[in-house]
Design a binder for this molecule. Structure first.
Ligand SMILES: C[S@@+](CC[C@H](N)C(=O)[O-])C[C@H]1O[C@@H](n2cnc3c(N)ncnc32)[C@H](O)[C@@H]1O
Length: 268
């Protein structure tokens, strides 16, 4: 296991229960939107990669035959199993799995989902290749992840300004959670998915309002680090301000992240 993956297990293992109740994960708009866009079928076998507390796997479970919820962190799989039992699902299985080395045979699933997680994976092209491998021909890949700004999300800024804003945004996330790897931009995602055995059929963006204090608490940020993160919002460049739209109402801070929702179809 690489250091990056050991860090993921430490961070998410220690904070697993918070992800069961986290509003942006349990109730975020991209969850229902993903189901609406994918239109799952009753005969499908589905795989959710990096399931966390299982919200995405459980959102698809009522619509499909078999929903496999997989993750690298054992404590997250315990949360998922609890949440599946609480909602009375008998078609949800949990599986220990590294996104870059999925322990499933070729052409096993009709749908592979992955929501708000690839920014933790050290090798995103390896994950996308694995998603393509375990999908049946014609199967659906449905991705949601936080992105960095580019010309598509943030017109009016130069490439250098957007690159700098993306680097500072990734640094901001990494200070809050050392297991954060790198969020890609939408154009980088288009390239990675397009280079695999996929045809991209749909791309959209979904804004996600974040409460700064809750965002820090979810990952148990140390008290002396919180002002450093707040300062990064206060001193953001114009391109980063336009992207994160930070607010501060009497000390109650907020900002907006951008989720990419991308749907692709494996070649037949
Ligand atoms: C924010 S949570 C996922 C949220 C969840 N998908 C949802 O929709 O609510 C990120 C998850 O990614 C998992 N993860 C990070 N790196 C991973 C990897 N290489 N393989 C599998 N899971 C990984 C973590 O263990 C954690 O549970």
């Amino acid at each position: 296991m690489t250091d990056a993956k050991t860090l993921v297990q430490a961070q998410f293992g220690a904070n697993a229960a918070k992800y069961s109740t986290s509003a942006v994960h349990a109730k975020g708009a991209s969850l229902q939107r993903l189901v609406d866009l994918v239109q799952p079928k009753p005969a499908w076998s589905t795989l959710d990669v990096a399931t966390g507390a299982g919200h995405t796997a459980l959102a698809f479970a009522p619509h499909v035959k078999r929903s496999v919820a997989s993750d690298l962190t054992p404590e997250m799989l315990v949360e998922t199993a609890k949440n599946a039992a609480a909602r009375g699902f008998s078609n949800v299985e949990t599986a220990a799995a590294d996104a870059e080395h999925l322990p499933f045979g070729d052409a096993t699933f009709d749908l592979v989902t992955c929501r708000i997680a690839p920014h933790h994976f050290p090798n995103i092209p390896a994950f996308v290749a694995e998603a393509a491998r375990v999908l049946k021909p014609g199967g659906t890949f449905a991705l949601v992840d936080n992105v960095t700004p580019d010309g598509e999300t943030s017109p009016g800024f130069s490439a250098a300004e957007l690159d700098d804003a993306g680097a500072v945004y990734n640094a901001f996330e990494k200070i809050r959670d050392p297991s954060h790897g790198r969020a890609l931009s939408t154009s980088e995602w288009r390239a990675v998915v397009g280079d695999a055995d996929f045809e991209i059929t749909h791309v959209e963006h979904c804004p996600k309002a974040m409460d700064f204090e809750t965002w820090c608490k979810t990952m148990a940020v140390a008290a002396p680090t919180v002002p450093k993160l707040a300062d990064m919002l206060d001193t953001a460049s114009p391109a980063l301000q336009a992207f994160l739209t930070p607010t501060n109402a009497g000390g109650k801070r907020g900002f907006v992240l951008t989720e990419l929702i991308l749907i692709a179809r494996k070649a037949i």
